[in-house]
Design a protein around this ligand. Structure first.
Ligand SMILES: [Zn+2]
Length: 262
């Protein structure tokens, strides 16, 4: 698409015509290169996910904006790597924080499925996509045909189902995003971590297939006699770095919950 720019070796500076990423310096197994802070607009901007409570990052974003006014700060969800710096950033730029979870708001307004936020004549449409967490939202930017996906879809690998999320919700959210991406002819997914995905349908199909495959692997591990989440992780996630096993265990628990309710 016109204006889609993806640097080769870092998500920092990735952009579409109206959205630009400033990468926070908090890399880890869970956050990949770090948290993507998305700035949307032109003379006035909305900032999505200020990131962790990291003063240097927050100041970098503020300074990068220069004279441009921040009208609102939006959160894709309340996990600290996205929201931890929100209140401090709100102070720095004098803007409200909107989120689904009232605990993360600053100001009167919430944020929920169906809301439309406008900035500088641009629309940002809000999609409720619970699953990774109970309060996950995605933001559709029609002008760029781009969807900001938070941690619902990452730029590399797959995401986890956190203990405040759920697999049944997550699968519904992926299906909804898939349908939406197709009907709106999405041209990019702008994730909460990792690089921009220039093939939304391919990425979502990959996510949906991966979830189905993991569920089958868990069923198979149980047929082999694995009972506890730990035993299942050891079989199903044998090829995955051990540092990720605790997170995998949370995912396995939610998959077991899901299978029990079928
Ligand atoms: Zn995250």
């Amino acid at each position: 698409m016109s204006g889609l720019y993806i640097p080769l070796d870092t998500p920092d500076g990735s952009r579409t015509e109206h959205a630009e990423n400033l990468l926070a310096p908090n890399p880890s197994y869970m956050t990949l290169d770090g948290t993507n802070t998305w700035v949307i607009g032109a003379d006035e901007v909305v900032v999505v996910d200020p990131g962790p409570d990291d003063e240097a990052h927050l100041l970098r974003v503020r300074d990068h904006l220069g004279e441009r006014r921040v009208t609102e700060i939006l959160l894709t969800h309340g996990h600290l790597d996205h929201s931890g710096g929100a209140k401090r950033f709100a102070e720095l730029v004098n803007a409200p924080v909107r989120a689904l979870d009232p605990r993360h708001r600053l100001g009167e307004e919430g944020l929920a499925d169906g809301d439309v936020v406008t900035v500088d004549g641009l629309e940002i449409q809000v999609y409720g996509t619970p699953g990774h967490s109970f309060d996950s939202l995605c933001f559709w930017l029609p002008a760029d045909r781009a969807m900001l996906t938070g941690d619902t879809v990452l730029g590399r690998g797959t995401t986890i189902i956190a203990s405040d999320g759920g697999l049944a919700d997550y699968l519904r959210s992926l299906d909804r995003l898939r349908l939406t991406a197709e009907s709106l002819a999405a041209q990019a997914l702008l994730p909460g971590h990792g690089p921009v995905l220039p093939d939304p349908i391919g990425a979502l199909d990959g996510y949906i297939a991966h979830r189905r495959e993991r569920l089958e692997q868990i069923k198979e591990a149980r047929r082999q006699g694995a009972r506890t989440p730990e035993e299942i992780v050891r079989i199903v996630y044998a090829d995955v770095d051990r540092e990720l096993w605790p997170a995998a265990e949370v995912s396995v628990r939610s998959q077991l919950d899901y299978l029990e309710r079928l």
